[in-house]
Design a protein around this ligand. Structure first.
Ligand SMILES: [Zn+2]
Length: 79
């Protein structure tokens, strides 16, 4: 899924809303209460990186768009 490093997921504004709503995170991000699961920075629409489900978890987690964080979740998923 993350094998092609240069192409990261890009969401259209509407898709972004729909996806966040589906996973129940829209209210959190709008309230400023959504944080990167790796570096714990506050997630906004501007620095949103990716959604993923950590290995061994059923909850959706979010990371910011820093390459370090995106790389960490790729490892989380592939392990
Ligand atoms: Zn981060």
């Amino acid at each position: 899924m993350f094998s092609e490093r240069r192409r990261l997921p890009v969401f259209e504004e509407k898709d972004f809303h729909d996806i966040l709503q589906k996973v129940g995170l829209l209210k959190k991000i709008e309230a400023g209460k959504l944080f990167c699961s790796k570096c714990e920075i506050k997630i906004t629409k501007e620095n949103f990186g990716a959604l993923y489900i950590p290995k061994g978890s059923e909850d959706v987690a979010v990371v910011c768009n820093r390459s370090d964080c995106l790389r960490l979740i790729a490892e989380d998923i592939e392990l």
